[in-house]
Design a protein around this ligand. Sequence first.
Ligand code: SF4
Length: 350
Amino acid sequence: MRRGGEFQSTGKTDRFLNPDILSETRCSVWRLTVSQPRRNFTYVKVIKISIDEKTGKFTDSFGNIAVLAPKNINRTTFPIFTMKKKVQSPSSIKTYKQCPRKYYYAYIMGLEQPHNIHTLRGNIAHSVLEHFFDIDTSFMTMDDYGPHLKLIMQQLLLKEWQQNKPKLDKLELTQDKQMHYFEETLMMLFNWLELFCRKLENKAGNFQERFKQLTPMRELMFVSENYHAKGIIDAIEQNGDGTVRLMDYKTSASENLNEHLLQLGIYSLLYLDKHGVMPKQVGVYFLKGKEACIEVDEELIEMAKKEIAHIHSVTQTQDINHYPKSPSPLCKYSTGQCPFYDVCRPYEKS
Ligand code: SF4
């Protein structure tokens, strides 16, 4: 693949002046933004340049043949770069699958996605569970740990809730609603704690030894250069036999593990890529219900590879026309709307 170079088009594009490179791409379609001063404003147009690997000839988006310019043309006048592959994550892939236009707004344009109460309290619950394993347990015994852990969990939630108060206030919920979500989150954390306490009871040793055995590695960011993918794994647990289980926390009402297979597959792939060994299991703590997990196998890993390869192949361009709107009930619903609803106007003809 050629990198860099100059070109001039034999067609319409040769009228453009002062091209600016907006992006780079590693695929055979190169993209160039050209701007043309017109009276008192700048005209900007994105054109796509395809390269024929055998002949080295370019074709622009109008179907005109573009040719490499003579070397004496100033490189700064007609530079072409190659774009770095984006690093994809389970949430970026999920966003694309839900709606390519939403992906465009979030990951190409980088528009801000304001919190709603569900995303915000999800973050709060994650922080509480992350910090839960850092608590001082030195004064607890197997006879009295239950009430202590419950109280600490409550204190951790209060602290996180207060720290997020400015963000919560921005949501303009009534006091009653805020209280409702606080209490619901506390119930979820108590639910998880009950499960944790049952596991403690089944371990051997004093309280501190058992607590340590159940302490996972938390919130670890995995980045794969091989797959250009990343993900933050909430909890990496050591099984008794030396194998590993990757777990994610979910505050959603649904307890359908199948809805999360892609995310879990990507975590498994990222772990395999880093450590050279597959995790044994991967799963979810549904904070409103139970935990669920599956055995990791080649099929799950291959599915993750395929989905990552696919998202890379369809997101090489910054042309909005390649990211169609996919209107669905998720655009607007009784308690909220897609963060980009106003800019997208999904039901208007463009
Ligand atoms: S409003 Fe609907 S169609 Fe538009 S970006 Fe959001 S999900 Fe997609």
